[in-house]
Design a protein around this ligand. Structure first.
Ligand code: ZN
Length: 207
């Protein structure tokens, strides 16, 4: 859960992106139990409903849907609610949607793994993670998005559960630490899987 600048807030449902794409959950299925802003209960005993459905809003989500999948851009139909007591507008999103970012957490985690653990050149990382095939000559062989994510992690603004890196860490070292932290969040059943599989599953659960 993360608060925005205005009265908008995001709540993560337990539904993953692929499932959400195949069927948008109903208003009742993903209605928050309480308001993330004022903590009002959705259905207080003996009172009427306090958190009302507020329609659907389209939101882009970028990156592969599986670790080895082709990168895509999909449109998610996000459920919105309004809190009657405080007026907050609450967006309920699938697992792995990151507030303020177009790439899904799984895509960012995969990029950090390919860059920090597998040590691939940024151009190769981009090919695996970015849905945009054609890049300008100046962007060839680089990918600013990864640099931005590493900066955000250094500043504690992305994947807040990742331990802060010493300043002397290179970008690849910061990415590696973040990837291993995400991998550790994967369900124990995936313990024998390759690191990209574990990071993908862990990133969906990261906050
Ligand atoms: Zn509220």
């Amino acid at each position: 859960m993360k608060k925005g600048r205005s009265n908008r807030t995001i709540v993560h449902s337990a539904i993953d992106v692929k499932t959400w794409l195949s069927r948008v959950p109903s208003v009742d299925e993903v209605r928050p139990g309480q308001c993330p802003r004022c903590a009002a209960a959705s259905r207080p005993v003996g009172q009427g409903l306090q958190i009302w459905g507020h329609g659907l809003r389209d939101r882009q989500s970028r990156g592969p849907l599986e670790p080895l999948g082709d990168p895509v851009e999909v449109t998610l139909r996000v459920r919105r609610y309004v809190c009657r007591p405080c007026g907050a507008v609450i967006a309920v999103v699938p697992l792995g949607v990151v507030a303020g970012r177009l790439f899904a957490a799984m895509a960012i985690g995969l990029a950090l793994t390919l860059f920090g653990v597998e040590r691939l050149p940024l151009g190769k990382v981009r090919q695996r993670v970015s849905p945009w095939r054609r890049v300008g000559a100046t962007a060839h062989g680089s990918w600013l998005a990864v640099r931005r994510w590493v900066r955000a992690i250094r500043g504690g603004r992305l994947f807040a559960g990742v331990r802060l890196s010493p300043e002397r860490f290179t970008a690849r070292q910061v990415a590696e630490r973040a990837a291993m932290t995400l991998a550790a969040l994967a369900p124990p059943a995936l313990a024998g899987e390759v690191v990209t599989e574990r990071v993908f599953a862990g990133a969906a659960r990261a906050r």
